[in-house]
Design a binder for this molecule. Structure first.
Ligand code: MOS
Length: 730
């Protein structure tokens, strides 16, 4: 089924099940320890344990490696190094790739700190870990570039971020009555999901089964097959439960590749988890950015010149951190100059992290908007309203947004938050020893869709089973897919069983880029649509005239029980939703507004977020419970990006120093006050038959800027070097 026109009315519009609050179906399994995560799979025969040893230099090569003492250590079954690693598919970049060969232990060259240099497999984890320390390695170290700031001006235009050059920016900016020209910096950040990257690999003859923590099952299936030089049909990937991803599990790393290779050599299952201190440098992170924002406006705040330059870096061949993207779409202005430049760095690989681009790009753009509002003595909400546009500002009215409720979000939020009570100037309002400040920022995140398929089976007895490769990384996929299927077939959610995260099921969108809920629901919709036709015909009805309700299919006053139609064998349908040209004709994005109140301590400059509100316009909200959780998580992560999160680079050694959750700070419960979320009523006819848009990344995009703007409103200190820590306020 191809979605290529505004969605006509369909059974989802009944909203009998969809849009209703529903707690997570798999919640009881998770809290009782019965949800099986990758590392927990028990296979026939005793498992073996893999341990990944990371390089202790950042750049250079291995000149000698001697594993003989490790091989002789108790319990050791195998040591893999670049000298005995089986042949692998080649890659032209040291950055792991989503769907391509991403070899490990491919040669003596070291491209980044904690790159895997050896893999030990033993009867126990402790034996493997102990033996890894016995491997003797000599390195020849060569100088590397570890400092983004030193590369500014030397970067190239990356493949994945196109410049936006519209009108004549420079003269327009120079002629503007009000100008903001500020540079913001954001640090390297780590996705740091609770569940570490982990894999259990098991071969049965030529057939590999890989239980692995991953966001998109068919990507790792393809990438791993190409890495191991085996046919894709021989690889099965299972990721039924995933403990957070935030983008790093869009890629596959040493645990997956080396467990699979070793299990094949040993003829026994190998299970490997990357230990926490390895994850920060061995896997991916969000790359640091340096962003110069230039805004030129009239005295009344109307933008005429919009400029945003981002400098970012990665290993050769890696993606950029596209921090300019939202600036292309968020506000009007006829002269635009928006550019991303990418330099080569020898730090660990940069890759996607929750809302790649917007999450850190909004820190700069929405900070600059606050500075412009202050300069013009204009309310920051009003400034944003004056620059709202209903079409892609680069392309003009011929490319409207499919839906865009930015203004409604700002107005609704301002009312609900009590924005009119905002202190008029820094240090104006005090609560004991705390200066109080309010901040606002828009929310924006591009809406993406991906092809997605599913099988639905009406079982004997009238229950329904849904099978799709879609994953649930803590987001609520199990629940919303059950709701969608229940809505389509006129069942209750309890009558639907959802099975996810297995490459034997129809290929699906997986979880990434906030496309998961809308896209995978569309796949389930397509399969249910097919099943409805089959069942209608079986009942002797005309499909177009039937209604599914209460476990029956109805035509007028006539009805047939679904359990009768299922028969002893059941009835099954498989279908796939693809998406057509609508994404070209219409710009699709989620919108919203974030409002934050902070206190800044008058003596210590400690910053406390006191309350926060997000207003979100993201199409149809399929389930307000799980969607709200996505927003709360996004807001929490946004607060972390504003106040805490930073990988600290050792500029001599070329590594992230704080590589554990003791030193890499993310918010804890005590850092997060009551958070509030308001969903605006919206149905996006162009996004999919579900009329939904992504929520998870919209939830983070802009929050941090609202925090930083509130810190300024409280303290009068404008920190442009994130995170905003108290030493920068004092
Ligand atoms: Mo997302 S950073 O595409 O998981």
């Amino acid at each position: 089924m191809k979605f290529d026109q505004a969605s006509p009315p369909n059974p989802i519009d009944q909203e009998r099940v969809v849009t209703r609050p529903h707690t997570r179906i798999e919640g009881p399994l998770k809290v009782s320890g019965q949800a099986t995560y990758a590392y927990e799979y028990a296979l026939p025969g005793a498992p073996t344990y893999g341990f990944v040893l990371g390089s202790r230099i950042a750049h250079g090569r291995i000149t000698r490696i001697d594993a003989s003492r490790a091989e002789a250590a108790p319990g050791v079954l195998l040591v893999l190094t670049h000298e005995n690693m089986p042949a692998q598919g080649a890659s032209d970049t040291p950055v792991p790739q989503q769907r391509k060969a991403s070899p490990q232990l491919a040669g003596p060259d070291v491209r980044h700190y904690h790159q895997a240099v050896a893999f030990v497999v033993a009867e126990t984890f402790e034996q493997a870990r102990a033996a890894a320390q016995l491997i003797e390695i000599e390195y020849e170290q060569t100088p590397g570039q570890f400092t983004l700031a030193d590369t500014v001006g030397s970067g190239k235009e990356p493949q994945d971020a196109v410049d936006s050059v519209v009108g004549e920016f420079e003269p327009a900016f120079a002629a503007s009555a009000a100008q903001v020209d500020r540079t913001y910096t954001t640090p390297d950040q780590s996705q740091a999901p609770m569940e570490p990257h982990a894999t259990v690999a098991h071969w049965d003859g030529d057939q590999l089964t890989l239980y692995t923590a991953h966001q998109v099952v068919h990507w790792v299936k393809r990438g791993l097959a190409l890495t191991l030089n085996v046919p894709q049909k021989d690889v099965r990937v299972v990721a039924a439960f995933v403990g957070g991803g935030f983008g790093t599990k869009l890629l596959f790393f040493s645990d997956a590749v080396l467990s699979a290779a070793a299990a094949r050599l040993l003829g026994r299952p190998v299970k490997t988890t990357l230990h926490r201190p390895l994850i920060f440098n061995n896997t991916s992170h969000r790359a640091a950015t340096i962003q110069r924002v230039r805004l030129g406006a009239d005295q009344d705040g109307t933008l005429h010149a919009v400029g945003h330059d981002t400098w970012t870096g990665n290993l050769p061949g890696g993606d950029s951190e596209p921090a300019c993207e939202q600036t292309k779409y968020l506000y009007g202005g006829e002269h635009r100059l928006i550019r991303t430049r990418q330099s080569e760095l020898d730090l660990p690989p940069g890759a996607s992290m929750r809302a790649p681009g917007e999450a850190v790009g909004m820190l700069a753009l929405e900070g600059a908007m606050d500075e412009l509002a202050e300069q013009l003595n204009l309310d920051p909400v009003e400034l944003r309203l004056r620059n709202d546009v209903q079409f892609d500002p680069e392309k003009g009215p011929r490319r409207p947004f499919s839906s865009r409720r930015l203004a409604a979000a700002l107005r609704t939020g301002a009312r609900a938050f009590g924005w009119d009570q905002r202190p008029g100037a820094p240090r104006e309002r005090r609560d004991g020893e705390w200066f109080i400040g309010y901040g606002v920022a828009s929310a924006f995140r591009t809406n993406l869709v991906q092809p997605s398929g599913a099988t639905v089976r009406l079982n004997r007895g009238g229950t329904l089973t849904v099978e799709t490769q879609m994953t649930d990384i803590g987001t609520g996929s199990y629940t919303i897919l059950a709701q969608v299927a229940a809505e389509m077939l006129g069942l209750e959610t309890a009558q639907v069983e959802v099975r996810l995260g297995d490459s034997d099921f129809p290929q699906a969108s997986g979880s990434g880029g906030s496309w998961g809920a809308n896209s995978s629901s569309a796949g389930v919709y397509a399969a249910c649509d097919e099943l409805r036709r089959d069942l209608s015909r079986k009942a002797g009805y005309t499909p177009a005239n039937t209604v599914f309700r209460g476990g029956k299919v109805w035509q007028g006053a006539e009805c047939t029980e679904l359990s009768d139609l299922a028969g002893p064998e059941g009835v099954e349908a498989t279908a796939r939703m693809t998406f057509g040209e609508l994404t070209e004709q219409f710009m699709q994005a989620g919108f919203g507004a974030h409002f934050v109140e902070v206190g800044v301590n008058a003596y210590t400059a400690e910053i406390r977020v006191r309350r926060a509100l997000s207003v979100v316009a993201a199409g149809r909200i399929l389930n307000p419970v799980t969607a709200r959780s996505q927003c709360l998580g996004g807001m929490t992560m946004g607060i972390g990006s504003a106040l805490m999160e930073a990988l600290h680079v050792d500029h001599d050694l070329g590594l992230f120093v704080n590589h554990d959750l003791g030193e890499y700070h993310v918010p804890v419960h005590a850092d997060i006050p009551d958070l509030d979320v308001i969903f605006l009523d919206e149905r996006d006819d162009q996004s999919s038959p579900l009329r939904a848009k992504g929520v998870g990344e919209l939830g983070i995009s802009g929050v941090g800027a609202a925090v930083a703007n509130a810190v300024y409103n409280a303290s009068g200190v404008r920190v442009r070097d994130f995170p905003v820590t108290l030493d920068k306020i004092l």
